[in-house]
Ligand binder design. Structure first.
Ligand code: NAP
Ligand code: GCO
Length: 266
């Protein structure tokens, strides 16, 4: 066998949710480079169109669908369309996500629910929609994009941490319930990654200096830098490939070492 043949994704169809840009887009590019056919969704047609243009520019013939992943009927309709128009989904990446940075006692219950809806309920809805066909196929890969906040809290991200902590346990439960059918469900826990979602944490100050949080994260990360979305591509390909068929219910932290590090003495 050619060396590391089982890292290839040739002939596989991968659905990456919320992948017009950011981490989802980077993971899709990596999976495409490994041979997968890419399917993605976004909430609005304009974002899907922008995403399709970005994929085309990257030389990827992706297929895009408009779908709000919190809407179960819309998700079921999208999955049925994908199965009819593209083919059965071998790999699901539950990537779509939002964050609201609000002190907990100032956060409205509706705002809390919105974060839980996208970051936790939606991975349940989309996984539930794709698992039946994976059962028929006798294989499947589900990758949930968790977070350092699956392990740690910090000020203002109560809803997000609760959702990502729940997503870690949903990952373990899907692995427990469907591992016997050759379906592997694992998580990727990115550290601090430079995407639109974290742009507010990296904004230059009025005097041109770095955002205090930016400096804090760089100091707290042994790698001494923010992650790039592309840093997640290899780990995602591994978890989507046959190379990880005996890996199940694990969260792979791709964080530059931040979770391992107590921090430099001031
Ligand atoms: P991002 O730049 O904000 O992109 C999020 C994507 O999700 C966007 O394409 C967004 O579409 C889509 N989305 C949001 N709500 C949706 C919904 N209801 N239905 C369908 N699509 C929806 O975020 P990112 O930094 O790439 O993060 C991607 C994932 O990684 C998220 O789950 C995030 O929690 C996680 N993560 C990020 C970091 C980080 O440091 N960046 C670290 C750890 C984990 P629209 O543009 O239309 O809103
Ligand atoms: C924040 C950040 C983090 C990152 C990521 C870290 O406000 O602390 O947005 O939540 O997005 O989840 O792993």
């Amino acid at each position: 066998m050619e060396k590391y043949e089982n890292f290839k994704l040739d002939g596989k169809i991968a659905l990456i949710t919320g992948a017009s840009y950011g981490i989802g887009f980077a993971i899709a590019k990596a999976m495409a480079a490994a041979g997968a056919k890419i399917v993605f969704n976004d909430i609005k047609q304009e974002f899907v169109d922008k995403g399709l243009a970005s994929y085309k520019e990257a030389g990827i013939d992706a297929t895009g669908y408009v779908c709000d992943v919190t809407n179960e009927d819309a998700v079921n309709e999208m999955v049925a369309k994908i199965e009819k128009e593209v083919g059965n989904i071998d790999i699901l990446v539950n990537n779509a996500g939002i964050i609201k940075r609000i002190p907990m006692i100032e956060m409205k219950a509706e705002e809390f629910r919105q974060v839980i809806d996208v970051d936790l309920n939606a991975p349940f809805i989309v996984s539930k929609a794709v698992i039946p066909t994976m059962l028929k196929m006798g294989h499947g890969k589900i990758i949930n994009i968790c977070s350092m906040m699956s392990e740690l809290g910090r000020e203002t991200v109560s809803a997000y941490a609760a959702a990502k902590g729940g997503l870690k346990m949903l990952t373990k439960n899907i692995a427990s319930e469907y591992g016997q059918y050759n379906i592997q469900c694992n998580g990727i826990g990115p550290g601090y990654i430079a995407t639109p979602q974290t742009a507010p944490l990296r904004e230059r100050q009025p005097d041109g200096s770095r955002h205090p949080f930016d400096s804090f994260i760089v100091a707290k990360t042994p790698a001494g830098r923010w992650g790039n979305a592309e840093d997640l591509g290899g780990p995602a390909v591994f978890l989507a490939s046959e190379a990880s068929d005996f890996v199940n219910g694990q969260i792979l932290y791709v964080d530059g070492g931040i979770l391992a590090y107590i921090g430099r003495q001031p």
